[in-house]
Ligand binder design. Structure first.
Ligand SMILES: O=C(O)c1ccccc1NCC(=O)[C@H](O)[C@H](O)COP(=O)(O)O
Length: 206
């Protein structure tokens, strides 16, 4: 039976990373975007990354960052995967020599296949809610029916997911993976152990 991969994003505390890893998360996300309430500096990020062990992917998330910043984060934290949430293009995303996923915010009327085609170097796409002032972590969902029934790339569903709707989301979209941040928090950047455990259990409950 197919398993849905789970990424817990926006971890800011060592103890939350341990909970996520023990509950079965496939990946954790570290936000290197200073305007986010979930921003972590390199020192904290390295500490968090050290908590999860080698079989949990550490993902670094960036929004229109200077290339030197991304390089510094990769060196400081040994990021295994990069996630770009801003207006970066494929050439920019590829230059770091690490696999990357591109976040696509589902703005009204966007041409998803055309965007996907313009990132031939991406190893997957995270589809997220669109918000006029935010690049991600909105806690809002979009209409999942807007996604094509079949896709030929690893699709990671994000945006307003939580323990209450993740099983439905998986049943309707059949994604490669799901990504959650606000839906497993008590406050921005402060994860709830119980909600992380419920989320991961329900992502594969169907
Ligand atoms: O989490 C943030 O604060 C954030 C800020 C800017 C860009 C991206 C951000 N998060 C990216 C993620 O991968 C989130 O998990 C994703 O957007 C879903 O968030 P949520 O709707 O809160 O589950």
């Amino acid at each position: 039976m197919k398993r849905t991969r789970v990424k817990i994003c926006g971890i800011t505390r060592h103890e939350d990373a341990i909970v996520a890893a023990e509950a079965g998360a496939d990946a954790i996300g570290l936000v290197f975007y200073s305007k986010s309430p979930r921003f972590v500096d390199y020192t904290r990020a390295a500490l968090i990354a050290s908590a999860v062990g080698p079989f949990v992917t550490t993902v670094g998330l960036f929004v229109n960052a200077a290339a030197e910043e991304v390089d510094r984060a990769i060196r400081a934290v040994d990021l295994q995967l990069l996630q770009f949430h801003g207006d970066e293009d494929d050439a920019y995303c590829r230059q770091f020599g690490r696999p990357y996923i591109k976040a696509i915010r589902m703005a009204p009327g966007i041409d998803l296949p055309a965007i996907v085609a313009s990132f031939p170097g991406a190893c997957g796409f995270l589809v997220d809610a669109w918000h006029k002032d935010k690049y991600g972590g909105t806690g809002e969902r979009f209409e999942w029916q807007r996604l094509p029934k079949t896709v030929h790339f690893p699709l990671i569903l994000a945006g307003g997911l939580g323990p209450e709707n993740v099983a439905d989301a998986v049943a309707q979209v059949n994604p490669y993976g799901v990504d959650v941040s606000g839906g497993v928090e008590d406050a921005p950047g402060v994860k709830s152990s119980q909600r992380i455990q419920q989320f991961i259990a329900r992502a594969n409950a169907g």
